[in-house]
Ligand binder design. Sequence first.
Ligand SMILES: CC(C)(COP(=O)(O)OP(=O)(O)OC[C@H]1O[C@@H](n2cnc3c(N)ncnc32)[C@H](O)[C@@H]1OP(=O)(O)O)[C@@H](O)C(=O)NCCC(=O)NCCS
Length: 175
Amino acid sequence: MNARELVIRRFTHEDFPRIRQALLDIHGDAYADAMDDEFNQRFPWFVDHWGGNTDFACVIAFDGEDPVAFAYGAPATPMREWWREHLKEAPERHRTFSYSELAVRVKYRKTGTAELVTRALLKDRDDDLVVLLVDTGHPRVRTLYESWGFRKVGERQPFPDSPVYAVMLAELPLS
Ligand SMILES: CC(C)(COP(=O)(O)OP(=O)(O)OC[C@H]1O[C@@H](n2cnc3c(N)ncnc32)[C@H](O)[C@@H]1OP(=O)(O)O)[C@@H](O)C(=O)NCCC(=O)NCCS
């Protein structure tokens, strides 16, 4: 399996009701070994929150008709960007896209699919920056993001029951 054989489709807030189940299914597969974690069990709430944003942007990779990976996010609210409290000065250009979630079905791991959906999501955006959160307990995933040009600027724990996350920032377009 090579990621180049997958077909990328783009979706918006208007499409959310018809892609919601595909997002839940991919997430369920990708996090199958971590679903005893109550925070992961709250994914339906989070996906509805993001999908309910009128500027929601989502990319899904399909193998034939089967959805196998997704990447989604939405523009950050100015002054409330995840990087804001961690930088002494805001970058001159700082319109920011919050990259909320990435998941790849286990069968499609290590095929370049994660990078494929990430670059497809971020390509052609007119934001200046992209920010994401990665569990500090998942250093290999952080290394993956670093290989795409992200750097850690701080840590945050958005909810009392959520993991502590590394805040990772990159300029757009990705190099
Ligand atoms: C993260 C992800 C998209 C990367 O897919 P990929 O590019 O095919 O790469 P891999 O699956 O090989 O993951 C890269 C490394 O991160 C590790 N990793 C991936 N997901 C992880 C997780 N949830 N927890 C801990 N480690 C994880 C892998 O074991 C791998 O380590 P290795 O390089 O030592 O083999 C995919 O692993 C996935 O969907 N994971 C579950 C969901 C997730 O963690 N999303 C990221 C949220 S920030």
